[in-house]
Design a protein around this ligand. Structure first.
Ligand code: ADP
Ligand code: MG
Ligand code: ZN
Length: 471
């Protein structure tokens, strides 16, 4: 057997924090606003004018601390900010304010689940820093938009604990869930970017910069694993370098041989105070944390007796988990609530690639659809169609039913009337069935469903037909 080449990967993920204003000035946090004119959310501070001084936005510390706690980090209650010096127009000061020597949190962990089971990904550090401006490269010149300059980020760095791309996807999915649970990130407005560090047995570490989202990191990881393995198999050498992800061509491209951290000349920023988080503040933030995804999954399995797959699906979004519990409280049986919300609703949301919150669907609409099903008023197929239409048309189920004329489920007696007609009309199929052709029955069931305009339950129709044909 061919020898398995060992792959080791780590991630550094930058998450845009959901605050109203920037990290060190009172400009609007442009990362969360669409379509502001370029260079409109700027001031002397975030443009780096001489003599201006940064003032820390306390809300950023609240949110970063919540994330650090939710990632099970040890908190450094005393810290300061540093300047990372580099010369590039995306930061007008020629340095980025970040945390280097003492990050806000260290030594955390995140539990992930993949097809191979559970695993802990260790978090090395989490720190606060400012986002640089956006550069737009044209053929002969470059445009700069400083709206994003100075917007708050947290950078979350893992230990090199990933061995394949599936683990990366599971981790990033979990991370995104957690930052949304603590209300620090809004996936419908802001983005997050990761740097992927990867080394394979026999080679040096390569860093792939600036990959947006989850899926792209997974594709980039698989690409880079393959590229490096091919080099090793041909007895080539992999040197330490920095590459970038070209998302149009789905390949990584070399940028430079990696500089070391010393090149940045980190230095303490004397414009900002030495910060100390006191015990009562820590307590306040801790007690404001919601029930986190892992705890919720465990409780759902225990309290409602549902399996881990459904529990994970329900808990994926906090608002969906709340919707499930609300439905159960309103008298929907767990089996109906968990299937219609954990499977069908999830499928619809994934299809539209939208979160439940952003879909602007009301809890009552979803609950009413499930109630109609539970009362036996609509069959599976029509219930699912109604559920889909409330998302498409943003209307309550009663209106959707009227608009599209969804037929209520009919009873067996009614089905029998239609079935008798179908039997009369399709003699050949009836003959075929009686001579053992099972397919003919499917056809007849289909005809009954058509006759009843989809209002018959397929299972009922089938049973009624079999009964009639036995005579
Ligand atoms: P640096 O100081 O060079 O940025 P760090 O120790 O901060 O290095 O690690 C940066 C990232 O690289 C982390 O996500 C870490 O998990 C990852 N990493 C460290 N060593 C390796 C390695 N040998 N192979 C792959 N990734 C690595
Ligand atoms: Mg680093
Ligand atoms: Zn500003």
């Amino acid at each position: 057997m061919e020898k398995e080449i060992r792959v080791v990967m780590g991630l550094e993920t930058h998450v845009q924090l959901n605050t109203k204003t920037k990290l060190f000035c009172s400009c609007l946090n442009a990362s969360y606003l669409d379509e502001l004119p370029p260079n409109s959310a700027v001031c002397d501070v975030c443009l780096g004018m001489p003599g201006t001084k940064p003032v820390i936005n306390k809300k950023v510390i609240d949110l970063a601390l919540k994330i650090a706690l939710a990632l099970n980090c040890k908190i450094n209650q005393q810290f300061f900010f540093s300047r990372k010096t580099y010369f590039y127009p995306d930061l007008a000061k020629n340095y980025q304010i970040t945390q280097y020597e003492i990050p806000l949190g260290i030594n955390g962990k995140v539990k992930i689940r993949t097809s191979k089971g559970e695993k802990d990904i260790r978090i090395k550090r989490i720190h606060i820093e400012e986002d640089p401006a956006k550069l737009i490269h044209r053929n002969e010149y470059t445009l700069i938009d400083y709206n994003r300059s100075g917007c708050p980020l947290v950078e979350i760095v893992t230990e090199p604990d990933f061995n394949n791309a599936e683990e990366i996807r599971a981790y990033l999915t979990k991370l995104m869930q957690i930052v949304q649970y603590v209300d620090a990130f809004d996936s419908n407005k802001a983005t997050f970017k990761s740097d992927l560090n990867i080394s394979i047995e026999g080679g040096e570490r390569v860093e792939v910069k600036n990959i947006t989202g989850i899926k792209e990191v997974e594709i980039a990881a698989n690409y880079e694993i393959l590229r490096q393995k091919n080099i090793i198999l041909r007895n080539g050498k992999i040197e330490r370098e920095t590459r970038r992800w070209d998302e149009n061509r789905n390949i990584t491209v070399s940028m430079r041989k990696k500089e070391t951290e010393e090149d940045y000349g980190y230095i303490f920023d004397p414009d900002l105070p030495y910060i100390e988080l006191d015990a009562s503040y820590m307590e306040k933030i801790k007690s404001s944390l919601p029930e986190l995804p892992d705890e919720k999954i465990a409780r759902f399995m225990r309290e409602y007796g549902i399996n881990i797959k459904i529990a994970e699906s329900l808990v994926y979004e906090k608002e969906v988990a709340d919707l499930f519990e609300k439905a159960v409280k309103e008298g929907i049986e767990v089996k109906h609530a968990s299937t219609w919300i954990g499977v069908v609703l999830r499928k619809i949301l994934n299809y539209h690639n939208i979160s439940y919150v952003a879909s602007s669907i009301r809890d009552e609409w979803v609950i009413d659809v499930i109630k109609l099903y539970q009362e036996g008023r609509f069959n599976d197929l029509n219930t699912e169609m109604i559920m889909r239409k409330i998302f498409d048309d943003k209307m309550p189920p009663q209106e959707v039913i009227r608009k599209y004329g969804f037929k209520e489920k009919i009873d067996r007696e009614k089905i029998k009337e239609h079935a008798l007609q179908v039997i009369k009309k399709y003699e050949q199929a009836v003959q075929d069935y009686k001579t053992g052709k099972e397919k003919a029955l499917e056809f007849l069931v289909g005809m009954v469903l058509k006759e009843t305009k989809g209002s018959a339950d397929p299972k009922d129709a089938r049973e009624v037909l079999i009964e009639l044909l036995q005579k």
